[in-house]
Ligand binder design. Structure first.
Ligand SMILES: [Fe+2]
Ligand SMILES: [Fe+2]
Length: 350
């Protein structure tokens, strides 16, 4: 293999090799739907995941719907796939992390997800396809006009190189970083390069303080802990981006966004970063979070994260599967206050 001498070209090559290890290239729904129902599902999934063109074709098992990356071979050529029972996925008592292990095991090459839903109505298949795509969106390559550049590939390579994926907590942080980047592009398809890079690096500080064990549950002041984490992360990101050859104005803006990323803001990019980060907590991290920290700290985290979501983020909360206990905590937080407690609150204010 030819190895380029120029350092930026080398980073790009490294990134391409790494990306080839973890790429979701297709979702296929196996069912006996009519062509019209298939067209409807395909169009709806494509709306949410335009990076995965939808392809529909007939097969002996009925009609198959598949999504695959435009640059890759037909789904027929996928070496690996993960099977998901639609009925099981839609069971609200099942943890959506149920597919994470299989996806991780399949990711030593490009892979597809097959949804098995014969006999189920089209609406359930569509719901499942969208929710599973969200759960696995970190494996999908997404770029826009600002990130379809060699600089972004170089930054991605530097970001990946900073993570030791043999450490479980670091691997979880890496998955969360990619997932937050995908949420940014879903919420704002023309997101700036600075915002996209901030999404990738926003929690980079955890590589310093929490790579082997988490400590946030011991913080006497949770908000102060999070603000300090954000400010320290800006400095770490700055150093990595300078080494990767990012221009000064870009480095400055990324550092500014990361330093403030734990607080809702009127700055539109900061608001987007907050929402993407919060949505990634609920759509990906929450299962592992509640296992690691337990229910009481998770309740605090749900409350804290909800405060970071605007209307756009809160609406998106309904579009994916939640861990069953987190769904309950969320419902409790979102429930309107009972009239009796409102009276008490108003009395206290007098
Ligand atoms: Fe953070
Ligand atoms: Fe985060």
């Amino acid at each position: 293999m030819h190895v380029p001498q120029d350092s930026s070209a080398r980073w790009t090559l490294v990134w391409r090799v790494l990306v080839s290890l973890i790429m979701l290239v297709g979702i296929r729904v196996l069912s006996s739907l009519s062509p019209t129902e298939c067209d409807g599902i395909a169009a709806a999934v494509h709306d949410d995941f335009p990076d995965l063109p939808v392809e529909i074709y007939a097969a002996s098992t009925g009609i198959e719907i598949s999504l695959h990356d435009a640059d890759t071979a037909s789904p027929e050529h996928h070496g690996r796939h993960v099977l998901v029972s639609v009925a099981r996925w839609l069971d609200p008592w099942v943890d959506p992390a149920m597919i994470d292990g299989a996806a991780a095991a399949a990711n030593s090459g490009s892979f597809a997800i097959w949804l098995l839903g014969d006999g189920l109505p089209a609406a359930q298949l569509l719901t499942c396809a969208l929710q599973v795509a969200t759960r696995c969106q970190r494996f999908v390559q997404s770029r826009n006009e600002h990130s379809r550049t060699e600089l972004f590939e170089r930054v991605l390579a530097a970001h990946r190189a900073a993570h030791d994926l043999t450490l479980p907590l670091v691997a979880a942080d890496y998955a969360h970083a990619l997932d937050t980047h995908r949420w940014v592009l879903r919420l704002c398809p023309n997101a700036s390069l600075a915002l996209q890079i901030s999404a990738l690096f926003h929690d980079i500080e955890r590589l310093v303080s929490e790579s082997r064990q988490r400590v946030e549950q011991h913080a006497p002041d949770y908000v102060a802990f999070k603000l300090a984490h954000a400010r320290a992360g800006a400095q770490v990101a700055e150093r990595i981006l300078v080494e990767a050859g990012a221009p000064d104005d870009l480095v400055h803006r990324v550092a500014e966004l990361i330093a403030e990323h734990e607080q809702p803001s009127r700055d539109e990019e900061l608001a987007l970063l907050n929402e993407a980060d919060g949505l990634s907590f609920f759509s990906l991290n929450a299962s592992g979070f509640i296992r690691y920290y337990g229910i009481e700290h998770c309740r605090l985290k749900v409350r804290y994260t909800l405060r970071r979501l605007g209307n756009r983020g809160r609406a998106a909360l309904m579009s994916f599967r939640h861990h069953p206990t987190v769904a309950r905590l969320l419902a409790e937080e979102l429930a309107p206050e009972p009239a009796s407690s409102k009276v008490q609150a108003s009395e206290l204010a007098q």
